[in-house]
Design a protein around this ligand. Structure first.
Ligand code: IPE
Ligand code: IPE
Ligand code: MG
Length: 256
């Protein structure tokens, strides 16, 4: 399994899509609308969203997907959502990590969190650190949760730490130096990015790692995202032709 985020390694790892993505990302959107449709508080939508997350991780494991990264809370959400909703989300995430201990053992999930974690409440930081340390040796599926995460913040921080002014670096070395400073340098590029909830935008998710991701947008709200929707996304991915800037083998022509 490729665990490297080094951009040179990413270049080497580039392959045609094949059957299934190695690294699958989810922008888990639509919880609020799911609740609204039922005249429930938005927070009920988030609680139901946690069920969808459980379901998706089981499906990913069954499909032998190597790595899954899910967007739980953006830096913009942290700045702009009402305090009560944020507090609910922090508690929900901490509870979820505690309740999923057995499941993470059973599925051999290796958990990691990415984002400005230091700004989160102490209880959530503790739950994250505990889950990371308890699951670090698990070999089944790398599951990353992006919490208080922003793609621009990640790159801006990495740019400063990488010594942006180092002029001795040439070509791909510059990208490698920056990639080494991202939140989790072991995280590979995304192969498939799924966004639920109908919006067709990235909303600041994994800007570095999605440069060549296949994008899949579905109107299905995250709490409703079911096995059939998961399968439909993977089937669509298997039909995509990934070229990474080259010419397609069917259109390249030539003498052969
Ligand atoms: C996604 O669902 C979860 C978070 C951003 C925390 P939303 O809360 O954005 O749900 P909608 O988009 O309002 O339906
Ligand atoms: C993106 O959803 C963030 C997460 C799913 C965690 P938002 O609901 O915050 O995105 P916008 O505001 O519609 O772009
Ligand atoms: Mg939303």
């Amino acid at each position: 399994m490729s665990r490297t985020g080094d951009s040179q390694r990413s270049v080497e790892a580039r392959q045609p899509a094949g059957d299934r993505p190695g690294h699958l990302g989810f922008i888990m959107d639509g919880n609020g609308r799911w609740a609204q449709q039922r005249q429930l508080p938005r927070t009920d939508g988030h609680a139901e969203g946690a069920e969808a997350l459980r379901r998706v991780l089981r499906l990913a494991r069954e499909q032998e997907i190597a790595e899954v990264t899910c967007f739980a809370l953006s830096t913009e959400n942290s700045e702009q959502r009402p305090a009560e909703e944020l507090e609910f989300l922090y508690e929900l995430l901490a509870d979820h990590l505690e309740q999923e201990r057995e499941e993470m053992e059973r599925l051999q999930i290796c958990f990691r969190a990415i984002g400005r974690l230091q700004e989160l409440p102490r209880r959530l930081i503790d739950a994250i650190e505990k889950a990371q340390s308890e699951t670090s040796e698990h070999q089944g599926l790398v599951f990353r949760l992006a919490v208080n995460y922003g793609g621009r913040a990640e790159m801006a921080d990495a740019f400063c730490s990488a010594g942006a002014g180092d002029r001795s670096l040439i070509g791909a070395q510059k990208e490698s130096a920056l990639a080494a400073q991202l939140y989790d340098p072991a995280m590979p590029d995304l192969d498939l990015l799924v966004r639920t909830g109908g919006e067709m935008r990235l909303s600041n998710f994994l800007l570095w790692h999605s440069s060549y991701a296949e994008l899949y947008f579905t109107p299905v709200l995250w709490p409703d995202f079911a096995a059939a929707d998961f399968t439909a996304a993977l089937e669509e991915y298997s039909r995509r032709s990934r070229r990474f800037g080259s010419v397609s083998s069917t259109t390249s022509g030539g003498d052969a």
